[in-house]
Design a protein around this ligand. Sequence first.
Ligand SMILES: Cc1cc2nc3c(=O)[nH]c(=O)nc-3n(C[C@H](O)[C@H](O)[C@H](O)COP(=O)(O)OP(=O)(O)OC[C@H]3O[C@@H](n4cnc5c(N)ncnc54)[C@H](O)[C@@H]3O)c2cc1C
Length: 475
Amino acid sequence: MKRVAIIGGGISGLSAAFTLEKHRRAGAWLEYVVYESTPRLGGVLVTERVDGCLIEAGPDSFLTEKPWASDLCREVGLGDQLIGSNDADRKTYILVKGRLALIPDGLMFMVPTKIMPTVLSPLFSVRTKLRMAGEWFHPPRKADADETVAAFVERHYGPEMVDRLADPLLSGVYGGEASQLSVRAVLPRFAEMEASHGSLGRAMLAARKRMAQASKVPARPLFTSLKDGMQQLVDAVASRLPASALRTNTSVHAVQSSQEGWTVTAGNSNHFDAIIMAAPAQIAAELLRITSGELASELAAIQYTSSVTINLGYDRTVRDALPPGFGFLVPRSEGKRMLAATFVHNKFPHRAPDDRALLRCFVGGARNEQILQMPDAELIRIICEELQQIIGLTAEPLFTRVYRWKGAMAQYGVGHLERLQRIETLLQQFPGLTLAGNAYRGIGVPDCVRSGTEAANKALLGVGLTEIAPPVLSR
Ligand SMILES: Cc1cc2nc3c(=O)[nH]c(=O)nc-3n(C[C@H](O)[C@H](O)[C@H](O)COP(=O)(O)OP(=O)(O)OC[C@H]3O[C@@H](n4cnc5c(N)ncnc54)[C@H](O)[C@@H]3O)c2cc1C
């Protein structure tokens, strides 16, 4: 009997456990344990219902174009629970000099693909619009070394594009800053476009033309979620795992390798043939320091930022008065604490009754770690004050919920991909050890599902169990 320990019961660890479970049910002589330090599984995936509203404490959805999370939902019998974002209402604003400016139609991240909406948009100055026109003639450039997203974007479109779009968009996804994040790790497609076409505008149009010719399938919604929230995925996966394999409230505080395998200490010590490390890289570094100081140093160098989501419920009058669309982003140059706000009731169906408005605001990020220490009442006061300044919202919320996520968002700094290569080389010395989680090759839920699945497959290989075609576990 081969034994595998999974350390961390977030979506990465659960995806790994689900893969092992499929093999176990198909007859692999295998046993596994999921260690989770908190009382519940799911990590940052938490859904709560308040006053008829569905509140997501962490992620509210995942990108539809990345299939791994939707695939997992279908495998656990949630195919009929998948919902798409209300893309007919998909408008997003950027705060520019105290006023909301709509992101113009045809802008793909920061690349304009439609001329008139961009020309007429108040989002950019004339200078930046001229840079956008000039970008069309940007020569192909094979980057020898990694660089920051800010340097890359500035080369193409100038500093205003960094401040007004690249930075706020990245702080929404990574809680990070364009001036710190690696273009190769965070925007690999853009780096490839620059190498092949020079101009991102020309490359984007060529790619869209190819896609339009290849596919007659109607466009899918940008985001996918679940009717009852992201917690549904956690519950469905967990319900397919044997209760005896799930150890919540059990923090792993030591891991040691030996000739015979691995010893995991969490209260008492247990022997395993393989380990899937699905806890954040900083924790993995601490746990693996005795095993390999070099590996631990590489893992510890992956930085994290924190995030706070502040959810506010209002009545129908607020809902009617809000601007249409999904919400707005706030560039740092605007001098606010808030990074973004989502109009949740517009973004997805089933999130709030018709007589309620639900807003979800974000604070935190790389430059504002100390905000995590603020009491809830102070955070809510700041957010309400800023909502009043930005959208003129003076109503008192009917309810509020604050969720703090300390060190939850991995930051892929310049040189991240090279670091991953070094980590992979170091891991070759430890065939029984695999890593999963948002610290490595993608921070989104689908990437984490993929990383957990791949880690489980590698662990199976490591213990010599590979021959079984796993069944689908819809119940
Ligand atoms: C506020 C917020 C909003 C987000 N929004 C989106 C979104 O809309 N779409 C999207 O795709 N992604 C989003 N993300 C990113 C995505 O949700 C995360 O990257 C992903 O869920 C991380 O999963 P994980 O399992 O790797 O890590 P985690 O969820 O952090 O799980 C790691 C687990 O390890 C446990 N652990 C730690 N140490 C130990 C130990 N010593 N022993 C045992 N267990 C331990 C922790 O308690 C935790 O449960 C968001 C993230 C946050 C924080």
